[in-house]
Design a protein around this ligand. Structure first.
Ligand code: PEP
Length: 247
């Protein structure tokens, strides 16, 4: 069985001093985790993370990457730049970027492509809003979002990580039930299986108010291969407890 992956998403939180305290707390309690662990941090802190996490069991992750290789794209950060700071993962298509930065499925797919071209694993986020769930459109939405990435990335698709994050569960304290989460994960797995014979090696993470109390049950589902954790990744004890549940 593949090792699970627990990735923290710090979003736009942190400070030099606070990051150091949090990471030191994590490293002090981590031991030899049974799962892969990553922290997706604001890009301005990548150099600090590279120094703090060097040689540890925690990989460095970023929260966005430009779809462009190089050039006149003010404010953007390229995959090659992320690489220089030891970045192993990058989130693409997080619902906050789809919502506040109007990222389309096609843009998310090209960001995933750029990450792969730079040897960085994209964590492709998909998920339905509450209105879409209530309209019975959950499957249609997540399949459309993933299809764009499959279409653009062809045989490289086995190199991605997928995160199913129901938008209504992000930062709200409302978690999808284990049945709801597993059902969507199974749909995504079937879609990946139709695209690649290596679909079983792809990690499909659940994200949306995962915490120390609900992680073990979610992570015990057959198609849930880990978690993308927002709020609870900002507290060392909570994040360590989630990591310890990922067996
Ligand atoms: C996220 O931002 O990816 C997330 C899952 O946040 P939270 O865990 O806070 O719901």
């Amino acid at each position: 069985m593949k090792k699970k992956l627990i990735a923290g998403n710090w979003k736009m939180n942190g400070s030099l001093a606070g990051n150091e305290t949090l990471v030191k707390g994590l490293l002090a309690g981590l031991g030899s985790p049974a799962c892969h662990v990553a922290l997706c941090v604001p890009s301005i802190y990548l150099a600090q993370m590279q120094a703090l996490l060097n040689g540890s069991a925690i990989d460095v992750g970023a929260q966005d990457v430009s779809p462009h290789e190089v050039g006149a794209y003010t404010g953007e950060i390229s995959g090659a730049m992320l690489n220089e700071f030891g970045t192993r993962y990058v989130l693409v298509g997080h619902s906050e970027r789809r919502q506040y930065h109007f990222e389309t499925d096609a843009l998310v797919a090209s960001k995933a492509q750029r990450a792969l071209a730079c040897g960085i694993t994209p964590i492709v986020c998909v998920g339905e809003t509450l209105a879409e769930r209530e309209a019975g459109k959950t499957e249609e939405v997540v399949k459309r979002q993933l299809a764009a990435v499959i279409h653009t990335n062809g045989h490289c698709i086995s190199e991605i990580v997928v995160a199913y994050e129901p938008v209504w569960a992000i930062g709200t304290g409302k978690t999808a039930s284990v049945e709801q989460a597993q059902q969507v994960h199974a749909v995504l797995r079937a879609q990946l299986k139709a695209a690649t014979p290596q679909a079983d090696r792809i990690h499909i993470l659940y994200g949306g108010s995962m915490n120390a109390a609900n992680a073990a049950q979610l992570l015990a589902q057959p198609d849930i291969d880990g978690g993308l954790v927002g709020g609870a990744s900002l507290k060392a004890a909570d994040f360590l407890s989630i990591i310890a549940s990922a067996l």
